[in-house]
Every structure is written in structure tokens, then in C-alpha cells.
Design a protein around this ligand. Structure first.
Ligand code: GLA
Ligand code: ZN
Length: 688
């Protein structure tokens, strides 16, 4: 039996971030100044020890903890909670020199030299042992320290290693998965191009110098990299669990980082955290970007259905974007509170004080090289700190979603790796985001889940481009719809199974009964071309008119499904393009082509009406304004956020509501300024 997992219970929202005082060991006055400035910035948390290995263990087996003792004690004395990191994200030079096996081997089978970070071999027994040793030492020394609130294992796990240890572990993993080579050969369809394996040791990880287009191999390699990284993390965690069972554990994710299926990590971790670096003002419209960020926050919250932490963000700019534009006035507060609005219990930064040298000396920090508090960025940060103090009771509150978008890593891997139905613009994630965006505009709270999660808690399930259908999923979808759920599926669904073998009988494979149709072929349309679909008269959703469709259009044959729209042009003009199949107490919609955003907006507005999806607000949201609600019992906080550069008016209704940020009572018509945020408190929920 597993011990019950500890949870992070915060009685305040955290405001802080990466704090690296070891960079300033020679200037003790900086340490004093840090504490003075942290107070001014309303900082109550510091993430310590990320990348501190060389300072903590200057030579093998000799630990130097005195500086960290001092840091922990000073932070505790000042009421600042510590998130203590394990240092495996980068290693000391002595370690790499003595044990070259810890260095990664690249896909073209070259061993890396010492340097950089996030580049260890996850299989190396020596690296695992040395990580466990220092983690144990940290847990022994600080496990009962009053400042320690959370472990932060490593940093942004990622990448892959192709060394012999990893190759052997991969083969062993494949043997456990398939048992026999016959089954593996079948699953990977290796008779194609004469790729049949006759001995396990012939199998190598994908390489630009070797096998790179065997999709089943690629998929299994990605799965293996996830499992091996997870196993590495579990090894890191073992001494922490043993010595500090009461201290919860996190690691910082990177949104939808493609290299790891983060769902596999969720059970082992006690708290989800992630690093959020949007390109405000520099990547198309801020409004679209805001909804993409909302998608990532919603994902972070959905991994464990509990509040998460925004472990990193920049207080000003990053240094690694093509163009690092300054955040316009108001955007720091807005972007920070957006995280809280979607379920974060923290606003944390990388990093507290700007480094003097090294690769990140120009990355934004709370304290700039100027060294004092008289900067715009410092004032922005201090203001956010004050607001978070006012929002203190929000800590630990929940978000209740009536809708889920299905975004599945393995599905993404398979779609991205396939050759076809077009080389560019398969756009799995942007498509999921486009569907999410339509719900975001309505103020409908949405979780982001994968195909293994429980569907029954949602009224609506949206599964764009469900190319891969793993075993049992179609049956679970059928049961969900039969019991009253509504599902939205699209083109390029039900194409292949878990090893990327196409379903015999054609698409939508095992989803055929649920959708009541079969797919004959898919047309890929060039960027300068488009088609339209025309809504059928008197369709059940009461949608009218013509909508643009582009990039991917399927020719489908409804069997039991009703037609809601038909193509308007090309040789398949007049053929069905959108259908609904009533199934049990629910319904399964099918969009056979990629539509424009305008259609998705109207479609989800119609579904929201029909299914009575709760919205964060009882009024329509103006363009660029988003809304969420966090709840605890009868208490609720409605966040209204204006991501446009124009003021926007909302109509709050007659009863005045307390606005927490400005401490005013608001009712009637209210203007949300450009990049402005309102947080309205209420005692008893007005929405269902
Ligand atoms: C990542 C890392 C940090 C830092 C920031 C800079 O999130 O975890 O160490 O490099 O990026 O944006
Ligand atoms: Zn390796």
C-alpha cells in the first residue's frame, strides 16, 4: 500500500521565485539587501537550490551546506517559505570528468562534452546514485527545517539519451511490452521495407543515421523516454519520501513540452507546477495568445484537479525569444493574475536577482543590475505582491469545469510523426486551442485532459483530431454519450491504434458506431485555397449561413447520423460536412472539415445554450475579455480580464459586488481598462 500523498495546503498565495544567493556568496551585503527588497516586493516564497550542485558538493562526497543553512534560516526568520530544489538539472564539472557516462549521447551517437544543463543520461546508474546521495543529504539536513514547504525535484526534465545504457533499457522495456519479437514486428508493421527484426539487440533508438520513419518505433521510443525520465524522477524522490514523508513534491513542467507525456508524472507528484513564458505583444494578437496561455493553465490544473503553481514567469522579459519585448503597463499584473484565475496558487518568477554573468545575465529579474527598487519592473512586482495579499482567501479554492477538451500526448506524437494527409499544418495543438478558445470567449470553464481520464464529470467532451484511439476508449466514449454526454469529434479521427497501425475498415475505426458514419477520403487544401460549408435549413442547433473551411476536408457517408451542414464547392459540393448522431441519452457531433474560428464560436455558443453550460458571468463577454470563477463552498471569486489594448465595458447587473483589487463596490456598467483585471467576490454562487 502506498502512503497517502502529502498535499500542499497554502493559507496564502505564494509570491516569489528562483532565488540564487550562491551567485552572491562573495558579497554578503547583497544577501542583506535581498531580504529588504523581498519585503518591499511582498515576497513570501523563495525557490532555492536549483542548479546549486557545484556549490553544495564542491568535490565528491564533501558537502558544503553552511551557506544554505544561512539562507534557510534567514528566509525562515523573515516568514518566507522555501521550495527546495534537488540539483540534478546541472552537474559539477568534477562529476562529469570522473563519470563521463552521465553525459548524454545524441541521436547521431555522439557523447556530449561537459557543459550546459538539462542533459544527463536518465539511465546512468552512477548519476542516479549520486543524485540520490545528495538528495538524501538535503533531506537529512533540511527535512525538518521550518522554512521547507515543498520539494522541487530537478528542473524542467526533458530531452533524451541514446547511450548503451539507454539502448539496453529500451530493449528491455520493449520485451516487457511485447513479449515476443513476432508481436513487436506485427505492431510496427516491419515487413514494409524489409525491416523485420530477428533479434532484440538489432533494435536501436531512432537516429538520423538509421531508422527514423518506423512510426511504431518512434512512438514507443517516446513512450520509453517518458518512462525512463519518470523512473529517474522516482529514484530522485525515493530518499525524499523516506526521510520527509510529510513534505509534498513537485517538478516544473513546460506547458505542452513535446518530449514527455506529463500525464505519466501526475500520480507521482503531489503538486503540479509549470513555467509560463508567453510572448506578449510579440506574437500576433495578445487576445489569442491569452487564450493559448489559458489552455496551458487549464491543462496544469487538470492533471490533478487541484490548484497548481506557476513556478516561473518573467517579471519583465526573457532573453531567449527572437524579440524580447517589454510587457506593456498593466500586462504584468494581468498575466500574473490570469494564472491565479485559472487555478494557480502562486505567482513565481525566474529569477529574483539578475545574474551578473553567464547565459541569463539579460533575462528579466525582479532586481535588475541597477540593484535597487526604483524600477518599473520592481514596482509592477510589488504591486502584484500586494494584490496577492488581498486575494489571500483564494488560496486552495477550486475551479469546476463542465467541459473538457481532450489533448493527448501520444495522439500528438502520432499525428506529428505521420507522413500525411499533409506535410504542414496538421496543427493538432492549435486545433485543440481553437476549440478551447471558443469556450474561453464564453467564460465556460474547461479542463484539458487526455483520453485515459474519467469523462463522466463533464457535460461536454471535445476531442479534436482523435487520430489515435487506444484500446477501450471508443467503448468509454460510447458509454459516456449513452448516459447523456455530448461529444464533439472532428476529421482525422479514429485512424490508428496505439502502435499507429491503421484500423482495418477505415476511419473512424472504432468510433464508427458512435458517430454513425464512415469516412471515405480526406482532401488536403492548399493555404491559398478554401471551401465552405453551408448549414442545413432548420438544423437542430439553429445555426445559419455559410462558413469557411480550409486545409483538411473529409468526404463522409452518414449511416445513422443526421446532416447539419454540407460542402458548398468543389466536386464534393452538396456532400455532408457536419453531422450529429443521437446515441442513447446523448449526442455525437462530427465536424468533417477544419472550420474558421467564427464557426467554432457560434457552434459552441449554440451548444452552451442547448446544454446549459455554466459561464463565469451571466452576460456576454466583450471581445478580448475573459472570465473564470474560483470557488470554495459558498465563496466565489470571479476574475474578469481584459487582454485587449482598448477599454471594454461589461454590465455587472444591479447588485453591487466587492472588487478585491481596488477595494471598491461595483455594479451596473463597468469599464475594464486595457490590460485591466477585476476580481469580484461573492458569498453565494449565482451560477449553477
Ligand atoms: C526556464 C528555466 C530557468 C530559466 C528560465 C528562463 O524556465 O527553468 O532556469 O532558464 O527558463 O526563461
Ligand atoms: Zn543514456
Amino acid at each position: 500500500m502506498k502512503n497517502p500523498q502529502p498535499t500542499l495546503t497554502l493559507d496564502r498565495l505564494w509570491h516569489g521565485g528562483d532565488y540564487n544567493p550562491e551567485q552572491w556568496l562573495d558579497t554578503p551585503e547583497v544577501w542583506d539587501e535581498d531580504l529588504r527588497l523581498m519585503k518591499l516586493a511582498h515576497v513570501n516564497e523563495a525557490t532555492v537550490g536549483v542548479f546549486s550542485w557545484a556549490t553544495l558538493e564542491p568535490e565528491e562526497g564533501r558537502f558544503a551546506f553552511e551557506w544554505l543553512d544561512a539562507v534557510m534560516d534567514r528566509l525562515a526568520r523573515n516568514g518566507i517559505d522555501v521550495v527546495l530544489a534537488t540539483p540534478s538539472g546541472a552537474r559539477p564539472a568534477w562529476l562529469a570528468q570522473r563519470y563521463p557516462e552521465v553525459l548524454r549521447v545524441s541521436p547521431d551517437r555522439q557523447r556530449e562534452l561537459f557543459g550546459e544543463r538539462h542533459n544527463h543520461c536518465p539511465t546512468s546508474p552512477v548519476y542516479r546514485r549520486l543524485c540520490q546521495r545528495i538528495n538524501r543529504a538535503l533531506a537529512e539536513r533540511y527535512g525538518r527545517h521550518p522554512a521547507l514547504k515543498l520539494w522541487h525535484v530537478s528542473n524542467e526534465y526533458g530531452g533524451e539519451c541514446h547511450c548503451d545504457f539507454c539502448q539496453n533499457a529500451f530493449r528491455a522495456w520493449l520485451q516487457r511490452r511485447y513479449g515476443t519479437l513476432e508481436r513487436l514486428n506485427q505492431a510496427w508493421w516491419t515487413r514494409f521495407w524489409s525491416h523485420t527484426y530477428t533479434s532484440w539487440d538489432q533494435i536501436e533508438s531512432p537516429s538520423p543515421r538509421g531508422m527514423r520513419s518506423l512510426h511504431g518505433l518512434n512512438l514507443d521510443w517516446k513512450r520509453f523516454v517518458t518512462e525512463q525520465t519518470l523512473a529517474f524522477m522516482q529514484d530522485e524522490i525515493a530518499p525524499l519520501r523516506e526521510l520527509t514523508p510529510q513534505v509534498p513534491i513537485t517538478t516544473n513542467f513546460m506547458g505542452t513540452y513535446p518530449g514527455l507525456n506529463y500525464w505519466r508524472f501526475a500520480d507521482t507528484l503531489d503538486v503540479i507546477s509549470w513555467d509560463n513564458y508567453p510572448r506578449w505583444h510579440a506574437q500576433g494578437s495578445d487576445v489569442d495568445l491569452a487564450s493559448s496561455v489559458a489552455f496551458l493553465h487549464d491543462l496544469a490544473r487538470s492533471f490533478k484537479h487541484q490548484p497548481f503553481l506557476m513556478m516561473e514567469s518573467t517579471p519583465s522579459t526573457t532573453n531567449w525569444m527572437t524579440v524580447s519585448k517589454l510587457k506593456r503597463p498593466g500586462m504584468h499584473r494581468l498575466s500574473s493574475l490570469q494564472a491565479v484565475a485559472h487555478g494557480s496558487d502562486s505567482v513565481q518568477y525566474f529569477q529574483w536577482r539578475k545574474s551578473r554573468g553567464g547565459p541569463e545575465k539579460f533575462h528579466g529579474a525582479v532586481v535588475d543590475h541597477a540593484g535597487h527598487e526604483r524600477t518599473r519592473v520592481f514596482a509592477d512586482v510589488a504591486e502584484v505582491g500586494e494584490v496577492l495579499e488581498k486575494l489571500r482567501p483564494v488560496a486552495g479554492s477550486q475551479i469546476l469545469s463542465s467541459v473538457a477538451i481532450l489533448y493527448d500526448w501520444e495522439n500528438r506524437w502520432a499525428i506529428d510523426d505521420a507522413m500525411g494527409p499533409r506535410r504542414d499544418g496538421r496543427d493538432y495543438q492549435p486545433t485543440c486551442e481553437a476549440h478551447h478558445r471558443a469556450l474561453w470567449r464564453l467564460g465556460v470553464m474547461t479542463d484539458v485532459i487526455n483520453m485515459d481520464q474519467d469523462f463522466s464529470r463533464y457535460r461536454l467532451l471535445v476531442a479534436p483530431m482523435l487520430y489515435m484511439v487506444r484500446e477501450g476508449v471508443a467503448e468509454r466514449l460510447e458509454a459516456y454519450v449513452r448516459d447523456g454526454g455530448t461529444v464533439v469529434l472532428t476529421y482525422w479521427s479514429g485512424v490508428a491504434d496505439a502502435t499507429d497501425l491503421c484500423f482495418i475498415g477505415g476511419a473512424p475505426g472504432p468510433l464508427k458506431r458512435l458517430l454513425g458514419l464512415w469516412v471515405e477520403e480526406i482532401d488536403a487544401i492548399t493555404e491559398d485555397d478554401a471551401n465552405v460549408w453551408v448549414m442545413e435549413p432548420d438544423n437542430s442547433l439553429n445555426l445559419h449561413g455559410t462558413y469557411g473551411v480550409r486545409q483538411l476536408c473529409e468526404r463522409i457517408h452518414p449511416e445513422t447520423a443526421d446532416v447539419l451542414a454540407r460542402y458548398g464547392a468543389d466536386f464534393y459540393a452538396g456532400e455532408p460536412a457536419m453531422t450529429v448522431n443521437r446515441w442513447g441519452a446523448g449526442a455525437a457531433y462530427y465536424l468533417a472539415a477544419r472550420t474558421d474560428q467564427r464557426f467554432l464560436n457560434n457552434f459552441y455558443a449554440a451548444l452552451a445554450r442547448e446544454l446549459h453550460l455554466p459561464s463565469a458571468v451571466p452576460f456576454p463577454l466583450p471581445e478580448g475579455v475573459s472570465a473564470t470563477v474560483r470557488v470554495r463552498g459558498a465563496q466565489q471569486w470571479t476574475f474578469l480580464m481584459n487582454f485587449s489594448a482598448e477599454p471594454r465595458e461589461v454590465h455587472l447587473g444591479d447588485a453591487a459586488r466587492h472588487e478585491v483589487v481596488s477595494d471598491r463596490w461595483l455594479g451596473g456598467a463597468v469599464t475594464v481598462p486595457p490590460y485591466g483585471v477585476l476580481v469580484l467576490e461573492a458569498e453565494s454562487p449565482s451560477h449553477p
